[in-house]
Design a protein around this ligand. Sequence first.
Ligand SMILES: Cc1cc2nc3c(=O)[nH]c(=O)nc-3n(C[C@H](O)[C@H](O)[C@H](O)COP(=O)(O)OP(=O)(O)OC[C@H]3O[C@@H](n4cnc5c(N)ncnc54)[C@H](O)[C@@H]3O)c2cc1C
Length: 349
Amino acid sequence: MRMKKVDIIGGGIAGLALAARLDPGTFEVTVYEQRPELPAVGTTLAMWPRAQRALSDIGILGAVRSHGSIITAGALRDPSGQALLAIEGEGLVGIARPELLRLLDTAVPASVGRVVRRVDDIPGDAWLTVGADGVNSIVRRNHWGRRSAARPTPFLAVRGVVPSAPASGDVGEYWGRGEIFGLAPAVGGTNWYASFRSDLGPESVDVAEALESTRGRYANYSEAVGEVLKQATPGNSLAQRIWTTPPMTRYARENVVLAGDACHAMTPNLGRGACEALIDAVTLGTLLNELPREEALATYNRKRVLRTQQLRIVSSLMGNVALAEGMQPLRDGLLKRIGKRVARASAQG
Ligand SMILES: Cc1cc2nc3c(=O)[nH]c(=O)nc-3n(C[C@H](O)[C@H](O)[C@H](O)COP(=O)(O)OP(=O)(O)OC[C@H]3O[C@@H](n4cnc5c(N)ncnc54)[C@H](O)[C@@H]3O)c2cc1C
């Protein structure tokens, strides 16, 4: 049987997961990745149950669990650290992005070709071209046109891992006026992130400048937040403006298909982007292994477009609530009341 040539543009989470899932007896796969090496710095990604199932299908769930940490509980807090709403974990697993990429990389069969270069002209001779090239996807731009270009949000994301572990009473997401700050235990210390409106960027952001602006912004927050920011350095932190993709109604056209942030880059407020990238890749790989191309791509559209576009919208709404400025007292009052009701209901069993 003649092998079917699949070119995957982008060797991030979606690209590597797809390369790991495609049947090496049917497909001649090449991954094009511009990064010469896996990244060394990266914060923790929360893996939700459906993403864990995708990791299990690729055969690396056990390894992800043993290299990650189980996330059990946290809270939404006001800037002083007072809990507004307690949140129970739902069996989430936290894994550092570099570690996840490394484990996905080890699951890719040796027969998969690797090309280290930035793709500007998409090779045109493939049975299937996959755009797994992130929010600024060149595959999306070439096949879906200029109107599909990514858009910068006004929000900056600054994040990192610092060496000391957090006290359990400090874990959670702190919601202030137009800004959020999160901290949680991670392998190697505390994973933290901050998000707020900023003029820095939108393309590249200087990490030292972003950290300085973050320290100023959160100067009146709890001691735990102050301690994390004291330990943050440009070497253990990352900073970027948050970009999202516009609405899309189809992820596949003839012999081109998109996966992950290339088709549904969302604000990080639900912590779902990487999870959905994994689920896209495993769904697409499984369908291609089992069905003729046209049917596989039509089913992929049906299974993935509505769900991920909904998440894109909900994530952005959630971001607007979390980063609210004028409505902040009303929002916090509501959260407190919900928190009290939840506590009363749990006490009554
Ligand atoms: C601050 C922040 C926090 C987040 N937290 C979470 C979380 O807790 N949980 C979660 O599930 N998600 C989270 N996300 C979202 C998650 O990071 C993304 O959804 C995920 O990385 C998407 O994976 P991907 O493989 O689709 O794209 P990417 O990770 O962007 O990978 C794309 C790859 O393609 C390569 N590439 C791009 N263009 C080219 C080209 N022209 N030629 C060759 N190679 C190319 C890039 O180098 C990259 O390796 C967060 C995002 C942000 C910004």
